[in-house]
Ligand binder design. Sequence first.
Ligand SMILES: [Zn+2]
Length: 480
Amino acid sequence: MKGYRQKESLFRVLKIALLLIIVVSVSYPTPRTTQAAQKDIIRTPHYLFLFIGDGMGAAQVKLSSALLESGHTLAMTSLPVLGMATTHSAERLITDSGAAATALATGSKTTIGTISMAGNHLDTLRTVAEMAKAKRMKIGIVSSVGIDDATPACFYAHNASRANLYDIAVQMASSGFDYFGGGYSLGNFPENQIKSKTFRGDITTLMQSAHYLLARNNKELNTIKPGTRCWAYSDYDSKGALSFAMDRRNGGKIELAEFTREGIRLLDNPKGFFMMVEGGKIDWACHANDAAAVAHDVEAFDKAIEEALAFYHRHPRETLIVVTADHECGGLSLGNAANGYETRFDLLRHQKISQQRFAEKVHTWKQQGTITFPMALDSVKVYFGLENVDAGDRNALQEAYLTTMKSDAPGTKGNDAFSPAVTSLLNRRAAIGWSSNAHTAVPVQVFAIGRGAEAFRGFYDNTDIAKKIIQIAGLKPSGK
Ligand SMILES: [Zn+2]
């Protein structure tokens, strides 16, 4: 018995000693491994990308990939992590870009049309871009629409209304951010300058006084040196935005992907950066129910994502890329009642210009007053590939054409019934359905890759996207 107890206690001692050896060897591996492991634990991503496809629901993404040349997949759908997010505002199930971008930028719900302020319009909400700046990271804001439009504005400005464009643009100059690229400042248009009660002068002058170099074409942008504050824009339309991707055929213009690539070049530094890139024209194409324009602008947005992915492959451990949308727009469906189970998306490839560009032509015809309906129908064939129009459709188009030519007020939208009628016919033939000219409450996809990306799996709210970025990147929601 005694011998057995002795043996047992000896066995216990040996067991404890063995355990200690295991614990010690696990806790104290070779110095090199320890350093690498610690680095991995400590290191948070310090290159942060947030891509926002305005109005880009799952159907918009699928439509674009269906129209791309075979064998090419969208970069965003190749990202390994997929989630979904709800988009409602504080007061309404169907949001707008102000409330939605506030959620994505700050992690808080707010009311429609509000720019990174609480719904009471008294409390300012701190944005992830401001938090990243407080961490001495560099900040870039890129959009294919006006740089003071709701989505980009929500990252650098705070205002009770997205309509106060000039006041929002002024905050771009005082933001201290490093790079603004894409569309022009809509707030700097004279009609918006005079609306401001606190007009302080031209936005370009304010930006230059705040040490921003202006780059108005590829050449100028290429020569800006990293570390220099820069505001880049090239061509823009009457709403301060880049033209639709499918209408951009002339060289020399800066594309969304180039704004992104050059932004990365200017922002890259050891302390890291935060960059928000918006594909804003996807939404505009959806409002117009212009399916081909949607597909091309999703593709242009995806090319910008490719630039971030190229950067990610150089810094995989320190980069986080998140791609999402602020809301769906148009209630796009792939398939319609007229075609049942058949789809003819290939018909959209015959569309050569956007509905908006076509509407500009219709507007010119109206001013000229010499274009007959048969001539207009010829143009429909040229620009939309619509042939063999049967009697019923022909009558509907003719009625829309005559109404448009007769309407008194000038303008290309609102008074133009013909251009939407043309795209509507193309949609019907191609088996594209639209339920709305406004936004919808359909949840949107979230794609992610890089350090911390796993957190973006699952189904959550758009406010959680900002909260996840804040947590993963170790940003401080309040104070400096
Ligand atoms: Zn919209």
